[in-house]
Design a protein around this ligand. Structure first.
Ligand code: E4P
Length: 217
């Protein structure tokens, strides 16, 4: 399973990249606003930093506008993936950009039928939002499972990029359900390493080591 980091915070990306945990990055307009950075500038910086796909989202609402913005974003770096909303205009833009050889990430997917349409439009990635469904009392993980079945039924090559991930359990469930990618906020990604038995075991090992009076160096 690939991990994308869901942030536009360059310092966070750098730290996780050093641990070999970054297969790609996703951003959205809210994350860009949170970073306080210029969109184009920070996108180029992330693209240079990361050896993997970096999603940058269009903000136009109409197909022609999305295509124009998508071409501009794709020209920034070879690893840009153009993120498009799951609207009818977004699907048309997806087909057009895909036909030009530009990689796409169709975002804001909340139903299996939407995911089916995105795959038919040639999306490189589909982003089903788990946490936002959970927020409404709907099982977000069921969407991941259903998309997996549908894509396998018909041999679609669109990759399931599980998004709106809020917890370590979300990550584990996505891995079990066969999502190719999970895009994970930095805090959640760092939190995956933690286990209280690891902490307790390490504490006991170090206490016993101290008793030996030895030093490795
Ligand atoms: C995905 O690409 C989105 O950027 C992100 O996962 C949305 O997460 P949120 O619902 O926590 O805002």
């Amino acid at each position: 399973m690939k991990f994308f980091v869901d942030t536009a915070d360059v310092a966070e990306i750098t730290e996780l990249n050093e641990a070999g945990l970054v297969d790609g990055v996703t951003t959205n307009p809210s994350l860009i606003a949170k970073s306080g950075r210029d969109f184009i500038e920070v996108t180029m910086e992330i693209c240079a930093l990361v050896d993997g796909p970096v999603s940058a989202e269009v903000t136009a609402m109409d197909t022609d506008g999305m295509i124009t913005e998508g071409r501009k974003l794709a020209a920034l770096a070879g690893n840009v993936v153009v993120k498009l909303p799951l609207t009818f205009d977004g699907l048309k833009a997806c087909r057009a950009l895909t036909d030009e050889g530009i990689k796409t990430n169709v975002t804001l997917c909340f139903s299996a039928n939407q995911g089916l349409l995105a795959a038919k439009a040639g999306a490189t990635y589909i982003s089903p939002f788990i946490g936002r469904l959970d927020d409404l009392g709907v099982d977000g993980m069921e969407l991941i499972e259903n998309l997996r079945i549908i894509y396998d039924n018909y041999g679609f090559e669109t990759e399931i990029l599980a998004a709106s991930i809020r917890s370590a359990d979300h990550v584990q469930q996505c891995a079990l359900a066969g999502a190719e990618v999970a895009t994970v906020p930095p805090a959640v990604l760092k939190g995956l390493v933690r286990h209280k038995l690891t902490d307790a075991g390490l504490e006991a090992f170090l206490a016993d080591w101290k008793k030996t009076g030895q030093s490795i160096l």
